[in-house]
Write a protein that binds this ligand. Structure first.
Ligand code: ADP
Ligand code: MG
Length: 702
């Protein structure tokens, strides 16, 4: 059958409207759309998250609270009872005893149908209610005396559902799709049979049928944990589709032309001569990768990973100089205003003698300054432009953009990554892209969520750094902490005090910082205390940072705005309040603000008691390690990658079946099989991507 006639056939589960199924009208169709179900095929991929064993009848005397059961008996009577909530109570009896069914929502007709003497079969969870053993809102069926219990041979699936869509209704619709599948509806398996063998599954069809209707001897625990081979095979297929999609995007991006920027730039030589330090060999190696990419006429797509303090900024500066040296412009984008300003200062300082024009642009730059800056960007006079997201607004037009640097990538997701690529295009040419992150991305995740990027790692810190000594201190010992600050400052050192809050609200965070600021000012009268937070004006912020850098401020109270990039080597003490509220990666970032000078540095984690078991575990990881990679790995084990990288940035957030914390072991093989498909089954790639990524997104059309 050619493709066209396959589409037309009623056999095609991706073409048939849902309303072709019995009992599905426009209203239900809409509800199903809320579950991302648009065609019968989507029903097949809507998988149970739990199962009930309805394969046998339990006698009432043997009921156990908390178990899901089938019971069968005669109705003794019904009554409406008025407790805290009105409910309908139905008393039933079998040979062994008496139990009650309780309904909080019911109609008169329903009550009448439950007449005394009728035989009833119900399914539900056993609870302990006011009348003893009860089944709340069981599914039930009135049956006649001859009706023998035979029906279910398989476990009964429980599906994720939505308001007003009852399990049995949803189950009934999915069953219809399963029947179509059994009757030979078109469902192509795009995975090689060898891969199916590895999972011990025959093919996609069998895997789906098994998951929806497992036999009663199936291993329920495995199924409910999502670890049955049939489920793992599907998760694998989904991860593979995401990988292939990212590879495709990469290929597309690389079809574009980029300016070839030759490496022999006078500017670079001068800068390296002027640097107060020499590059570590890791930095040299990474810049060599970058420099080589820039010299080709394909757009660079490179991620540079390096722990906090490993010296990523200098890589960006070198890449910028190679670009500028070839007559192209550079955009450097940072996730926060404060970090953008820091970069602006760093770049300006290091490039001072080189006569390179650097501009700054953020949302807060307004009026005349803004229009002047925009003009400089537009006519190409601004050679390096540093800023926030504001750089990618429509009104910003570069004359000849050759390189985009995105710092601290963990704040940007794959969508933004792609949007930027597009935005940077002009005259049919794409700029090179350099992405820098301090959140180490495990190798396995690299192969899926970041498969569109090349990667270089700065695996070493500049010499002379001593690891930060981290201690956990309970809030009740706050006075000791104050003493530590006194002591450090009297020895000419500086300190950070970081305030955190659970609420995302920036305003509350700032308020908390203000209160702490006032208190500490009181308690530390002989010390110059400063305050910085996100709601201050950019000018105030840079003034405070300047004061802190120059040593006029000894203790800086801050919100997590200082999380990334801020660099004051003389600061050797950091106090983090309520560290239990932050992710480990974020704590590590914060802590990275100290330990930048030669002095031994300390980080005090001032936690609230009582600390949960998990909280203890996590802070203990912080205490015992300074290795960002190890910490991220542990954090991921505890919380899952989505949480750690922030769901937005994994680029893999909208999984139907795969779960990155549960299934990360699958990622190891994704690349191998992905490349296998690209080589041996290229025709399967598009439909596979379509199957898994078609509904809400996707990457392609950002
Ligand atoms: P991060 O990787 O966290 O962005 P930075 O680029 O901010 O790190 O560098 C941290 C500090 O280390 C800065 O003060 C920078 O000047 C310094 N630095 C960078 N490279 C070296 C080096 N090779 N030797 C000594 N100091 C360095
Ligand atoms: Mg940095």
């Amino acid at each position: 059958m050619d493709k066209k006639s396959a589409k037309a056939s009623s056999n095609d589960l991706t073409q048939m409207p849902l309303t072709h199924l019995q009992g599905v009208g426009p209203a239900l169709e809409k509800k199903l759309a809320g579950l991302n179900i648009y065609h019968p095929l989507d029903l097949l991929f809507h998988l149970p998250f739990r199962y009930q064993d309805r394969t046998h009848i339990t006698s009432i005397a043997a009921l156990q609270v908390g178990s899901d059961v089938v019971i069968e008996g005669h109705i003794l009577g019904t009554a409406i009872v008025f407790g805290r909530r009105r409910s309908l109570l139905v008393k039933i009896r079998d040979q062994s005893g008496i139990a009650n069914l309780r309904f909080f929502h019911f109609s008169a007709a329903q009550k009448n149908s439950l007449a005394e003497g009728k035989r009833i079969r119900c399914y539900g969870e056993v609870k302990w209610g006011r009348s003893g053993i009860e089944l709340f809102h069981p599914e039930y069926k009135i049956i006649d005396e001859q009706d023998r219990f035979s029906s279910t041979k398989t476990l009964t699936p429980i599906y994720p559902s939505t308001d007003g869509l009852q399990q049995n209704r949803l189950r009934n619709i999915i069953e219809q799709a399963l029947i179509l599948l059994r009757q030979g509806a078109n469902l192509i398996d795009y995975l090689p049979s060898k891969l199916n063998q590895e999972f011990g599954t025959n093919n996609l069809k069998d895997a789906l049928l098994y998951i929806h209707q497992p036999p009663k001897n199936a291993q329920l625990e495995k199924l409910e944990a999502g670890l049955h081979p049939a489920q793992q095979r599907l998760a694998f297929e989904e991860l593979l589709a995401h990988y292939l999609c990212l590879r495709r995007l990469r290929e597309n991006a690389q079809q574009d032309k980029a300016p070839s920027l030759s490496a022999d730039s006078e500017l670079i030589l001068v800068l390296i001569q002027n640097l107060p330090f020499s590059l570590t060999s890791a930095q040299q190696k990474v810049f060599a990768d970058v420099s080589k990419d820039l010299a080709t006429n394909k757009p660079m797509l490179r991620l540079v990973q390096g722990d906090v303090g490993s010296g990523k900024t200098i890589i960006a500066i070198l890449a910028a100089l190679q670009t500028v040296g070839n007559g192209y412009q550079v955009a450097v984008m940072a996730p926060t205003e404060i970090l953008a300003e820091q970069h602006f200062l760093n770049f300006s300082e290091l490039l001072e003698s080189l006569n390179v024009e650097i501009a700054f642009l953020s949302g807060k730059i307004k009026g005349k300054t803004r229009s002047e800056t925009l003009a400089l960007i537009g006519n190409g006079q601004a050679q390096i432009v540093i800023g926030t997201h504001a750089l990618f607004q429509d009104e910003v037009q570069f004359k000849r953009l050759g390189l985009m640097v995105i710092d601290e990538q963990h704040r940007f997701g794959v969508h933004q990554r792609l949007a930027l690529r597009e935005k940077g295009q002009s005259h049919g040419a794409s700029p090179h892209q350099l992405i820098m992150t301090a959140t180490p991305i495990p190798r396995t995740l690299m192969m899926s969520a970041y498969a569109d990027l090349d990667c270089s790692i700065i695996g070493e810190l500049p010499p002379g750094r001593s690891p930060v000594n981290t201690v956990l201190i309970a809030e009740s010992r706050r006075s000791q902490v104050i003493e530590r600050i006194q002591d450090a400052c009297s020895r000419g050192r500086q300190a950070y005090w970081v305030c955190t809050l659970i609420e995302e609200s920036e305003m509350l965070q700032c308020q908390a910082a203000e209160v702490t600021f006032a208190n500490l000012q009181q308690q530390l009268k002989n010390i110059d205390v400063g305050l910085i937070h996100g709601r201050m004006k950019p000018k105030e912020k840079s003034e405070i940072m300047h004061q802190f850098k120059s040593g006029n401020i000894k203790l800086l109270i801050a919100t997590t705005v200082i999380e990334v990039g801020v660099d004051v080597p003389n600061a050797s003490l950091m106090i983090i309040e309520n560290p239990e509220r932050l992710g480990l990666a974020q704590l590590h970032q914060l802590r990275g603000r100290v330990g930048r000078g030669s002095e031994k540095s300390h980080c005090l984690l001032l936690y609230q008691t009582p600390l949960s078991e998990l909280g203890k575990q996590r802070l203990e990881i912080m205490r015992s390690s300074n290795d960002g990679f190890y910490i991220a790995q542990k954090d991921m084990e505890i919380r899952g990658p989505g949480e750690v990288l922030g769901t937005r940035q994994t680029g893999l957030m909208e999984h139907k079946i795969a779960n990155l914390s549960r299934d990360s072991h699958l990622l190891d093989n994704i690349k191998i099989w992905g490349e296998n498909l690209r080589e041996h089954h290229p025709g399967n790639i598009d439909p596979l991507i379509d199957r898994w990524l078609s509904v809400n997104q996707q990457y392609g059309n950002v």
